[in-house]
Design a protein around this ligand. Structure first.
Ligand code: KIV
Ligand code: NA
Length: 278
């Protein structure tokens, strides 16, 4: 298996082959995702919510993203890995954006970066792509702006938002982005955006019309104790309950001296037994 590339993703869109992307933040999740046949891994800054325990993605740093990217790259050596540029590591100057993206590629080992925003990022996207850094766009609900937006609201409902989504998608395509994540966008508008560009759209809470889907690892398998029910998530396993039960049984076994058993212990060879005196 070879890692996907931006041109091959475009071909997948043209051929109508759906793209299955998911997030991963560490080595075992990356290994399992690659083994399961995921097309693309996103080291998302949702790391902040599902792994680091923050309320938003705002506190996530560039070093956090690089640290987690390294472990994902080691776990999925044959998968294309995209890493989020975290809050305030872009939108400064195109030079800063390039240097920060370069750290994600060189230190982290990612193959591409993702940035939240539309036409206002065109200059930065152009700077990165002309330096050889593939960029994935991200429109619709952009969690790094949640404090400004005032909540995780569905986008693409009113005319002004709809026009903006379509023009932002065009601007990202023209600036050289190889794809666009559409987050929490009404299904008909996500479909319209998908038809309006030649690069693939990857939806999350954006309905059935996108060229691919992305889902957060911890949502997919319900890993954690406070994974909320979300309309756009399909839960495929309930790992959180499995882990809690397993740990609870271990605790009880230790208390009841049911673990370790003889088979878990290392005996001493016969001739060495004389070293143990009563
Ligand atoms: O950080 C993330 O996981 C994301 C996806 C939800 C698209 O940006
Ligand atoms: Na993100």
């Amino acid at each position: 298996k070879h890692a996907l590339t931006p041109p091959r993703l475009k071909t997948m869109k043209q051929q109508g082959t759906k793209i299955a992307m998911m997030t991963a933040y560490d080595y075992p999740a990356a290994q399992l995702s690659e083994e399961a046949g995921v097309d693309l891994i996103l080291v998302g800054d949702s790391l902040g919510n599902v792994v680091l325990g923050y309320d938003t993605t705002v506190p996530v740093t560039l070093n956090d993203m690089i640290y987690h990217t390294k472990s994902v790259v080691r776990g999925a050596p044959n998968t294309m890995i995209v890493t989020d540029m975290p809050f305030a590591t872009y939108r400064l100057t195109p030079q800063d954006t390039l240097l920060n993206a370069a750290r994600i590629m060189q230190e982290g080992g990612a193959h591409a970066v993702k940035m939240e925003g539309g036409a206002e990022l065109a200059e930065e996207v152009l700077r990165l792509t002309s330096a050889g850094i593939p960029v994935l766009g991200h429109l619709g609900l952009t969690p790094q702006s949640v404090l400004q937006i005032g909540g995780y609201k569905i986008q693409g409902k009113v005319e002004k938002e709809i026009e903006r989504l379509l023009s932002d998608a065009k601007a990202l395509e023209e600036a050289g982005a190889f794809g666009i994540v559409l987050e929490l966008v009404t299904e008909p508008i996500a479909e319209a955006v998908t038809r309006s560009v030649n690069i693939p759209t990857i939806g999350i809470g954006a309905g059935r019309g996108c060229d691919g889907q992305v889902i957060v690892y911890h949502d997919l398998i319900r890993y954690g104790s406070n994974i909320r029910d979300k309309r756009f998530v399909k839960t495929y396993a309930n790992v959180g309950d499995t882990i809690r039960t397993a740990i609870g049984e271990y605790v009880q076994d230790v208390k009841n001296q049911a673990f370790p058993e003889e088979k878990h212990a290392f005996p001493l060879d016969e001739e060495a037994s004389r070293f143990i005196s009563e």
